[in-house]
Design a binder for this molecule. Structure first.
Ligand code: CA
Length: 229
């Protein structure tokens, strides 16, 4: 769930290589998939910030894959950019119908696509800078470093991902199985009480700074993050 991860689903190797390279140079982490089926397997472990999806794919089409992403509550919110061939007006309409957020017509320049990616990430509230700042809390998503009042605070990798998930969803309550899905990934088998152990560790790391209360227990549900002033 790193903030700057792009899932690129494109069957043409030349376009995939070019885009992968350009997105990488622009500071994004890129997962490349030649088919929708391959992309589905990847999504089992972790979620990207945005999906770039070719319309014409062997096997499952880009539109069907987009619909599938929208149907699943876990992936419904991920922004999607569809790549279409020139002038396919009805295709464009259909892709909006499938829940696609934007489309780019081939041939296009990587620069144009990256501009669209950045605009869409801004609109969807994903921090493009790779940093989330809430009051004294600052999370550097590239360096995987938490700072409080500008001072680095050591945090285990799971606690970091938990805090990242909470800080990108302030005020929302999550039950333990939702947290397991979103922070640990679906393919990992972990008992629900493991969540409590890591919540405890996260609070312990925040406690010396008087910030343990930002992680709240929601009785009968699970946990919620309250953004500090
Ligand atoms: Ca294609």
């Amino acid at each position: 769930m790193s903030a700057n991860t792009i899932l690129l689903v494109e069957d043409e190797p030349e376009i995939r290589d070019l885009l992968g390279f350009s997105l990488g140079r622009a500071g994004f982490q890129v997962w490349e998939s030649p088919t929708a089926e391959d992309a589905i397997q990847r999504l089992d472990g972790a979620l990207p910030s945005l999906v770039i999806l070719d319309w014409m794919l062997p096997g499952m089409s880009g539109v069907d894959f987009a619909r599938r992403l929208r149907r699943d509550p876990l992936t419904a919110e991920i922004p999607i950019i569809m790549l279409t061939a020139r002038g396919e007006e009805t295709d464009k309409l259909k892709s909006f119908d499938s829940g696609v957020d934007d489309y780019v017509t081939k041939p296009f320049s990587p620069r144009e696509l990256i501009a669209r990616v950045k605009a869409l990430l801004r609109r969807s509230g994903t921090p493009e800078s790779g940093r989330i700042e809430h009051g004294p809390l600052s999370l550097d998503l590239n360096a995987h470093q938490l700072s409080i009042h500008g001072k680095p605070v050591p945090l285990g990798p799971t606690e970091f991902r938990l805090l990242e998930h909470f800080m990108t969803n302030p005020g929302r309550a999550f039950d333990r199985s939702q947290l397991l899905d979103r922070v640990w990934g679906r393919s990992v088998y972990v008992e629900e009480r493991t969540v409590d152990v890591h919540i405890l560790r996260l609070r312990k790391a925040l406690q010396p700074h008087g910030l343990q209360h930002v992680i709240q227990t929601v009785r009968g549900v699970g946990y919620r993050y309250l953004q500090p002033e």
